[in-house]
Design a protein around this ligand. Structure first.
Ligand code: MLT
Length: 356
């Protein structure tokens, strides 16, 4: 009997000790959690202390918007139209720096490596921030993670255009000509990974043709070669084409959208012209380097948004046939989604076309 009682007492004792140990641990846990919470809020306060100053004062000086292609081309045109109005909203000049090469990936790389203080941004597009992923296996940046998306600036439908003296009268005639002459036909583009390269890669794969490819630093200079009949055709963004098509100096064979474009009402769609498989539209959008503070990103996104609401800006973009994104497609989140979707969309189309 005595022995059993001893066992019982020591069990109760152990239990009590364990209980007080558990209580002690619980207390320790509570203290630790309190300490962590205090540390986190302290870190937040000190971080906040440094951020608002920069964000509140942003911008204090000129902002550089990198355009990864030559001046005068579609990305440069869109960039200059929105940058001019963003300057007014931000109270500091947004100047354009054209950084050309490698289908726009050199300019995008420079922007990715720039200081993430909001003073360096880039006008990227469907090529630099989507197609390039599939075409450059060793691309040094990841469009969906190495940048802060600011917002979509403009959608730019793609047209198939030819020199005015190319002996074809419509898309059907062009297809026959391209197949009969194959490598004797010169196709202009703005470098591997550019919109003009990527969309004509799609066209040539549909037509099963292999033209001779003539690269330029942008479709601005490529357009000069087309106007001079040094090259035969290219696929390009409408904003670079309207004045040349309207003046008859360039032959527009078709537009790669289901509907005709009000800026070029006489240009048939590829569906009407007998090549429904060719559907292509590009987009141009503003990005900042990864880590650019959110308040700064928000200010830049707000300035872009205001530019796209401005009547004069809208008229200039619409007169050039671009598609101005509605509110639901503007801003960082919508752009982040677009980039992810476009990388996924172009990868199967471009599979096997990667350059090593
Ligand atoms: C340009 O601005 O030259 C174009 O965006 C080039 C391209 O991607 O085709």
């Amino acid at each position: 009997m005595h022995a059993e009682l001893n066992v019982l007492y020591s069990a109760i004792n152990n239990g009590a000790q364990r209980a007080s140990k558990v209580e002690d641990m619980a207390m320790l846990g509570k203290i630790a959690r309190g300490a962590i919470a205090a540390f986190v809020s302290l870190a937040a306060v000190s971080l906040a202390a440094s951020l608002p100053a920069a964000a509140q004062d942003f911008p204090k000086r000129t902002i550089t918007m990198i355009v990864p292609f030559a001046a005068g081309g579609p990305t440069d045109i869109v960039a200059r139209i929105v940058a001019e109005h963003m300057s007014r909203t931000l109270g500091q000049s947004v100047i354009i720096e054209n950084v050309v090469g490698a289908g726009g990936t050199l300019g995008a790389t420079k922007a990715m490596r720039a200081a993430n203080d909001g003073y360096s941004i880039v006008m990227g597009h469907m090529g630099t921030h989507a197609a390039a992923v599939s075409l450059y296996p060793n691309l040094v940046y990841k469009p969906d993670t190495d940048f802060e998306p600011i917002g979509l600036a403009a959608g730019t439908p793609i047209l198939i255009v030819a020199r005015k003296d190319l002996p074809v009268k419509d898309l059907k005639g062009f297809i026959v000509y391209a197949k009969e002459n194959n490598a004797k036909v010169n196709m202009a583009h703005a470098g591997v990974g550019s919109v003009s390269f990527t969309t004509c890669l799609l066209l040539n794969s549909i037509l099963q043709t292999k033209p001779t490819q003539i690269p330029f630093n942008g479709t601005g200079p490529a357009m000069n070669a087309l106007l001079g009949s040094q090259v035969d055709y290219m696929c390009d963004q409408i904003v670079n084409l309207v004045p040349h098509v309207t003046s008859g100096n360039v032959k527009a064979l078709a537009i790669g959208t289901p509907e005709r474009n009000p800026a070029l009402p006489n240009v048939p769609t590829t569906i009407e012209a007998g090549l429904p498989e060719f559907q292509a539209s590009a987009w141009n959008a503003v990005f900042a380097p990864k880590g650019t503070p959110k308040p700064v990103v928000d200010k830049l996104a707000d300035a872009l948004d205001k530019a796209l609401d401005d009547d004069a800006v809208r008229k200039r973009l619409l007169d050039l046939g671009s598609d101005i994104p509605g509110k639901d497609r503007r801003g960082p989140q919508a752009l982040s989604m677009l980039v992810t979707n476009e990388i996924a969309k172009w990868s199967p189309i471009l599979k096997g076309s990667a350059i090593n």
